[in-house]
Ligand binder design. Sequence first.
Ligand code: FAD
Length: 565
Amino acid sequence: FYKDHPRYSKLLVVAAVSGGSLLAYSSSNSSHHVTGDSESKKKRIVVLGTGWGATSYLKNLDLASYDVQVVAPRNYFAFTPLLPSVTCGTVEARSIVEPIRNIIKRRGASATFWEAECFKIDAKNKKVHCRPVQKSESKDKEEIIMDYDYLIVAVGARVNTFNTPGVEENCHFLKEVEDAQRIRRSVIDCFEKASLPNISEEEKKKHLHFVVVGGGPTGVEFAAELHDFVKENLSKLYPKVKDFVKITLLEAGDHILTMFDKRITAFAEEKFKRDVIDLKTGSMVVEVTNNAIRTKERSSGEVSSVPYGMAVWSTGIGTRPLISEFMQQIGQTTRRVLATDEWLRVQGSDCIYALGDCASINQRRIMEDIAVIFSKADKDNSGKLTVKQFQDVITDICERYPQVKLYLKNKKLKGVSDLLKDSEGKDNSTELDIEKFKSALSQVDSEMKMLPATGQVAAQEGVYLANCFNQMAEREKNPVGPPRIRGEGRHRFHPFRYKHLGQFAPLGGEQTAAQLPGDWVSIGHSSQWLWYSVYASKQVSWRTRTMVVSDWMRRFIFGRDSSRI
Ligand code: FAD
C-alpha cells in the first residue's frame, strides 16, 4: 500500500476513496507522495492539463480501466476560440468554461483531479512533482509527488514575447479566460478615463488608442471584435469621446492572416481599411513602455514611438518552463516543443505521451526512417532499385507517413513528384538510381510543416490517444500497425493521422472568412452563420452550448454590457 521514500521523516498514511478509486498518500515535512494502489491491478495514468488535448483524451478514455489522475492549475476546460468574444462581452466568461469535474463525472467513472501545477517530470523514477495552486498555511502541503505508469503531457504553451522589453509588464495577452476578462475591464477603463473632465485632447487620444500586436487569427479577431464593440455600443454610450478612438494593428510581416488563403488575407485587409482599423504591416515592435510603443519599420529601419491606452500582444506561442526543463532532461535541447513519434510517444522517454501545443511529431526522425526503408529495400547496397521495388517503397512510405503522401498528392514536393513521374511507364525491372530519390525526398524535411498549434489538432490527438489506451491490452496480442522499421513485428497501432476540418477567421460586422478542406473559401455573412453553428455544436456540454447561444441572443437584443465589473 505504501511505497517507502528515503526523504520522509514523518509518515502519514491516509486511505481515501476518491470517486471510487483507492489512493495512498504519505507525507513528509514538505511533500505529499501519491503512490499507486498496489492492491489494484489498474495502471496509473497521470494527465497534465485540462485544455483541448487533455479534455478530449479524458472524454474518450475508458476511465474504468485505469487509475486516472488529472493535474492542472485550472479546474476547467476553456473553449478558446470564443476568448476574443469574451474581451468585449459578446459572450460571458462563464459561458465558455466547463469544470473538469463535471466532464469526468458525466463519464460515470472515476478519475481524480488535483488543482496543482506540475513543475518537474522525473522520467527516470516515473514521478511528477506538483505544487498546489491554492497557497496553504501548512508547509507540508507545498509539494505533491505522484507516481505514474503512463504520463500524458498536455500542458499547452505560453505566450511568446520574443523577449521584447516591456511587453510582460505593459501588454495584455489573450491566452486564458482571465486575460480576456482583464481586457474587457481595461477597454472600459480607457473610455471612462478619456471621459473625465479636464482631460486634454492629446490625453483622450492616448487613452483611446488601442493597439493590437500580431496579425494572426487571434489578433485579427480581437481587433474586429473591438471595432464592433466601439461602433455598435460604446460610441453610443460615450458620444463625446467617440471620435478620438483609434484601433491599430501592428504586424511584422507583409500581410495579416498568412496561414489562410490569399483571398481571405486580401478581403480582411480591405475590410479593415473600410472599418478604419489602422493596419501597419512590416512594423516590428521593439519596446513597450507604460505609455508608448516603439516600432521599427522593416524596410526603412525607421524607429517611431506611438502613445497608447491599451495594448494586446498576440504574436504566437512559446515553450512552457516545465517543457523546457524536461527537454533538457531527455536531450531534446534544440527544439521548441517536445518531439514525439507518430504514436505521440515522447522520444527518449518510456511511457510518456505528449499532445497539443507542447508537442509535435518529429519530422527528422521520419527522414531517418525513410532512409532506413530505402536501405532495407536496397539489400545489396548498390544504390539502385528496380521500378517495382521503388514503387513498393513509396507505397510503404506513404502508408506510414500521411504527410508525405499528402505532399506527393498535391505535387508540393516538386523534385520527388518529377522523379516519380519519370519512373511511371518504365518496365518493372528497369533499375533506378535511388540516391536521386533519397536526396529529393530530403526536401520533405525542410518543406513539411509541423501540424498547426490549434485546438483542432490537440482534440484529434486526444481522441486518437484515448482509443489507443482503450485497446492497449487487445493490441499487445493483435497489433494492427505497420511493420516496425527497426526491430521485429508490427506496431500495435496505426500512427496518428490529422484530418483538417477547416478554419475560420471572424472579421467583424457579422462577416467571417471560412477556409474549408479542399481549399474551399467562403467569406461573408453566410460564413458567419456557419461559424455560429459550428461553434455552438462544438461546445463541450449542453450547459455551455445553451449559455453561449443565449449570450449571442442577448447581444443581438440588448447589445454588449459595458459595466466595468
Ligand atoms: P491548452 O488548451 O492550452 O491546455 C493546457 C492545459 O495545461 C491547461 O489546462 C493548463 O492549465 C494546463 N497546464 C499548464 N501548465 C501546467 C503545468 N505546469 N502542470 C499541469 N498543467 C498545466 N484553435 C483552434 O483550433 N481554433 C480556434 O478557433 C482557435 N482559436 C483560438 C483563440 C485564442 C484566443 C487562443 C488563445 C487559442 C485559439 N486556438 C484555436 C488554439 C487552441 O486554443 C490551442 O491550440 C489549444 O488550446 C491547445 O490545446 P492544449 O491541450 O495543447 O493546451
